[in-house]
Design a protein around this ligand. Structure first.
Ligand code: EPZ
Length: 424
């Protein structure tokens, strides 16, 4: 397994550009199942989760080709002959595979998708996805570890989610585009990736109103066509680099970023003493040399995203005072805390709260990544720590960060990927 070797401390200095958003590109790729026409997606990040979904699409009869300039063209290869199930072997490596359920059901009247199974950061059920599809008239059953959904045709309805769920909203939204009549979805998630998906669907001919708000109205259409779409920048990847600038005493411009998508982070960075500036070129974060501790609660957008919680914890290890971080979305998302403690941090976890006492000097050592965002946290901590840090199991990071070591090197970091040596 690849590892990162980091020498610190090193201030991050310069300009970095965020790749396209993984969590917008995944539903966009799934949406291609709704049409027989080619769909061209620009700025799809070359990360492991995208490769997994492309393999699943391939299995379902959709070919995806790389084009110059980083675009991907997805087109249906065959309708009738191709398998119609999303097998466990693919789904178990990436929960977001469940996003093929709604489009497959709406387009082909039948879908069979493996239940995702366990996840490092929490239980993560998909009951809301299934309730929403059943509300659209589908016959939804679970057997032998698979969801089987059938519908001669879906019918528009009013459905309220029990809690805002990002992929749940995306799955039901995609299915409703081909339902008969209008659908009103309430208590929807409002993440920017949902509005980006809706933009693609509208370009394909769908009728959607209110995406990005808690109430979305969809007027079903008979069919969808092809489209060309540019994926939004990745606010979580971008936010990781801005936190890195603050943590390492650096000065980073995140080029072409959308400040509105990052507003909760920018507010928090300003609150803890970072110089934040939104310019025509992007967002600049500049350390003022000291940080103050501030509490944080994660919550659905537009509040502070859970996907930046771990990186924020690394930041708070260098702040003056005590910060209480409450994780309200996932039950088990503090696995980075004991690894930070190995580097000298003082973090005390109790249930869904972590108290971070700072500042504490970090020293380099070998640490282990446990999930995607925990690995980003440990890489940032390694940049601030004195001496050498080795972050193990970097395959977690590769799921959602495109060429992280290269981008960090571009900001002056001393980081190298150590590829696993082939067995002797
Ligand atoms: C999306 O996951 C993201 N993944 C996650 O990013 C992100 O952490 C999460 O939203 C929250 O922002 C993608 O977009 C591919 P949820 P998702 O459904 O949709 C509960 C990353 O690091 N819930 O919004 O799976 C659930 O257990 C990843 O890039 C149900 O109970 O998250 C959680 O407590 C990690 N039943 C809460 O809702 C359901 O049917 C929110 O989860 C669905 C969700």
């Amino acid at each position: 397994m690849d590892r990162f070797h980091i020498v610190g401390p090193t201030p991050l200095l310069g300009t970095v550009r965020a790749s396209g958003a993984k969590n917008a590109a995944l539903p966009a790729l799934a949406a291609t199942l709704l049409t027989d026409e080619p769909v061209v997606l620009h700025r799809v990040p070359r990360v492991r989760d995208i490769r997994t979904l492309r393999r699943l699409l391939d299995h379902l009869g959709m070919g995806s080709e790389d084009r110059e300039g980083g675009a991907i063209v997805v087109r249906r290869q065959s309708a009738d002959g191709s398998p119609n199930d999303a097998p466990y072997d693919l789904v178990k490596t990436m929960r977001a595979s469940v996003l093929v359920l709604g489009p497959q059901l709406a387009k082909r009247g039948y879908a069979r998708v493996s239940l995702p199974g366990g996840c490092a950061i929490g239980v993560r059920p998909i009951d809301q996805h299934l309730k929403g599809l059943a509300a659209l008239g589908a016959d939804v059953r679970i057997s032998h570890g698979y969801v089987e959904a059938t519908a001669v045709h879906l019918v528009g309805t009013r459905f309220r989610f029990d809690m805002p769920t990002v992929t749940g909203t995306e799955n039901v939204l995609m299915a409703a585009t081909l339902a008969r009549g209008a659908t009103v979805l309430e208590n929807c998630a409002r993440e920017p990736e949902i509005a980006d998906l809706a933009e693609l669907l509208v370009a394909m001919g769908a009728r959607i109103y209110g995406a990005g708000t808690e109430r979305i109205v969809i007027e079903g259409v008979l069919g969808l066509g092809g489209a060309r779409h540019v994926i939004i920048p990745d606010r979580i990847e971008g936010g990781t680099y801005l936190i890195g600038a603050a943590l390492t005493g650096g000065d980073v411009l995140l080029a072409e970023a959308r400040a509105a998508d990052l507003a909760p982070l920018l507010e928090k960075l300003a609150e803890v003493g970072v110089d934040v500036e939104v310019t025509a070129h992007g967002i600049r974060a500049r350390s003022r040399g000291t940080l103050v501790s501030r509490d944080l609660d994660t919550a659905p957008h537009p509040s502070f995203p859970t996907d930046l919680q771990a990186q924020y914890m690394a930041l708070m290890t260098q702040a003056e005072g005590v910060a209480t971080i409450r994780e309200t979305i996932f039950e088990n998302r503090f696995q980075h805390a004991p690894e930070l403690a190995r580097m000298g941090a003082d973090v005390r976890v109790e249930g869904n709260s972590a108290r971070v006492y700072g500042p504490r000097a970090l020293s380099g050592t070998t640490v282990m990544a446990t999930d995607l965002r925990a690995s980003a946290c440990l890489v940032l901590a390694g940049l601030a720590a004195s001496g050498e840090t080795v972050v193990d199991r970097i395959y977690h990071l590769d799921r959602g960060y495109e060429g992280m070591e290269l981008k960090l090197q571009g900001l002056g970091a001393r980081v190298a990927r150590l590829a696993e040596l082939p067995a002797a």
